[in-house]
Design a protein around this ligand. Structure first.
Ligand code: ARG
Length: 571
């Protein structure tokens, strides 16, 4: 429970005593404010909205409420005109939060908002036979963290890698492979080789118009289940997926399903029939479309002139499938902002089909990764870019470790955790809609607002516990005077804030709030560490302070876990 929630509950029971029944704790929670100045308390409650229910002036109401609120966690409940200002009893709150965090461990901040309901989340979803782009990396890490946050709140996320493994390009690829391909070359470097073939196809098609037709024919064969076409397609898919797996393994991301676009091939007629039955299909230049004129959107393309289905058709079939399979509370799509219109169209078509669950579908868009102000794209033929970025980060971290902590055990594993963590954190600390400037320095420094900084703070706190001979599991005693200063209170208030941050991160599908939070907690903790002699002479004082350190460790570790980062105990 967050401290605001605690205040809200006290106010709520006071309101009940005054005879006000229709103010829920949630509503009170929404009304609570953080005073601009700590001299005005830790939390403030404005009484204006109660004037009507109680038929009294707000200053009178705050006066009466104050009389009904007493709790050892408050040092004072002050009436300031129409406001009620709450001052915490720092000692009691400190003890309370440390106790809560240590006893709950990684479950601190858990809620049951999701009540076990399913949430399919579409993430990563690279295209077979094409390089894994920066956009796919963003989708992977944002989607994975969002899924972690969902399960923190009691939802059951279902991670779906909706692979781009269907479409006319596979017809072209088959033609290109049959004409110019080489099995060994594809096996050695699948994505690079397939990309080369694909590029060659387009170059040749400039002068040889028949190629495009052959491509279409082969895709048609594929759609109709031709053995040779299917065999080649399966092979391209397997090889590509194996390449992508290297990246997923490094990132520590796994999927519940890799049912990509092809999976919906046999589910497409149904969606077309349904659209037909509902009278939503119209013809436009030989193609079948659903008009979205009333929403000022271009029509949604369902079938091409040659009968081939499209990206949107497959997303419609996938939506129906996910709804039937999972009976979802929400369905999420973590896909770049360039596809905003596509998802608006898909959701609108479902709405027009009469599916009211379409309102529970959300596109979670994000911005671009820029390098020197330009879109960071995978250079032609140079396809291992992302693996290179990860490898470079791991390499650089290893050098820092060699320098700073040469005797560290398991240097390679730690370098991997920190290097990969740096890349993930660099992405997640920015609000997802903002474009990000790719910067090695900003990513890797142990001092700035980075993953390594938070991980390092965590490791430092762990070694402090060891140095102080901390024994976990004992009774939690906080002696007077041990945790009294501004520095420790700042840490305590940060710890209190964690559950609230997690709820907002859930509401906004926004892992960056968790990233900003762990940075702040790490900074606040480091200030405490710099100002207070934690491993003090006095045994009881030392114990008390180490309890706070142990609580910080729990929350940093959990925050990092939610973002998809490891928290090594030494680095
Ligand atoms: N494969 C697509 C691309 O790379 C992304 C797919 C996103 N998911 C979806 N259900 N449309 O652009």
């Amino acid at each position: 429970m967050s401290y605001k929630q605690l205040v809200a509950e006290k106010i709520n029971s006071a309101l009940t005593q005054l005879g006000v029944e229709d103010f829920s704790t949630e509503k009170v929670l929404d009304m609570l404010e953080t005073p601009p100045n700590p001299k005005m308390g830790d939390v403030a409650f404005p009484c204006f909205q109660l004037a009507k229910a109680l038929r009294k002036a707000p200053p009178m109401i705050s006066q009466e409420l104050a009389g009904h609120i007493q709790d050892p966690l408050f040092k004072e409940v002050q009436v300031a005109g129409p406001y009620l200002n709450f001052f915490f009893n720092q000692h009691a709150v400190t003890h309370n939060v440390i106790q809560t965090v240590i006893s709950q461990g990684s479950a601190y901040g858990d809620t049951n908002i999701g009540q076990g309901r399913n949430v399919p989340i579409d993430l990563s979803s690279p295209n077979i036979a094409k390089p894994f782009s920066m956009g796919h990396l963003r989708s992977t890490v944002i989607g994975n963290a969002t899924a972690n946050i969902l399960s923190k709140h009691g939802y059951q996320p279902i991670r779906i890698n909706h692979l781009g493994d269907w479409g006319t390009q596979f017809g072209k690829l088959i033609v290109a492979y049959k004409k110019w391909g080489d099995e060994e070359a594809v096996k050695a470097e699948p994505i690079k080789e397939l990309l080369t073939l694909y590029i060659k196809f387009h170059e040749e098609a400039e002068h040889d118009k028949s190629l495009e037709d052959q491509g279409r024919e082969w895709f048609k064969k594929l759609e109709d289940g031709d053995e040779e076409a299917k065999h080649l397609w399966q092979w391209f898919r397997d090889e590509s997926l194996q390449e992508f797996m290297k990246i997923y393994d490094l990132l520590g991301v796994s999927f519940d399903s890799t049912a990509g676009e092809a999976f919906y091939n046999d589910k497409m007629d149904r969606i077309v029939d349904l659209l037909e039955q509902k009278g939503l299909l119209t013809e436009s230049e030989g193609a079948m479309v659903v008009s979205l004129e009333e929403y000022d959107m271009p029509p949604c393309l369902i079938k091409k002139r040659d009968g081939a289905t499209l990206y949107a058709t497959r997303d419609l079939a996938a939506a129906l499938y996910r709804h039937e399979e999972f009976d979802f509370a929400k369905a999420l799509y973590c896909v770049g902002g360039e596809q905003r219109l596509h998802f608006q169209q898909v959701f609108k078509v479902l709405e027009k089909m009469g599916y009211d669950w379409a309102k529970n579908m959300h596109h979670i868009p994000f911005g671009m990764m820029l390098k020197d102000g330009k879109k960071m794209s995978t250079r032609k033929g140079k396809v291992v870019l992302l693996e290179e970025v990860l490898a470079q980060a791991i390499h650089d971290v290893k050098q820092v470790i060699e320098e700073k902590n040469p005797t560290l055990a398991d240097k390679d594993a730690v370098s991997r955790q920190v290097g990969v963590g740096a890349v993930i954190f660099h992405d997640l600390k920015h609000f997802r809609l903002n474009d990000i400037n790719f910067s090695w320095e900003e990513m890797l420094t142990f001092e700035g607002e980075t993953g390594p900084y938070v991980q390092y703070t965590h490791a430092r706190a762990c070694s402090l516990l060891k140095r102080g001979g901390y024994v976990p599991g004992g009774e939690i005693n906080i002696v007077e005077g041990a945790l009294e200063g501004d520095e420790s209170w700042a840490v305590v208030t940060e710890l209190l804030r964690f559950p609230e941050v997690l709820e907002r991160a859930l509401e906004d599908f926004d892992p960056s709030q968790v990233a900003r939070y762990v940075i702040l907690l790490a900074q606040t903790f480091n200030k405490f560490y710099a100002h207070v002699r934690i491993v003090a002479e006095d045994e009881a004082v030392k114990e008390s302070r180490l309890h706070l350190v142990a609580a910080v460790i729990e929350v940093l570790k959990e925050g990092l876990r939610l973002l998809g980062l490891q928290a090594p105990e030494e680095m």
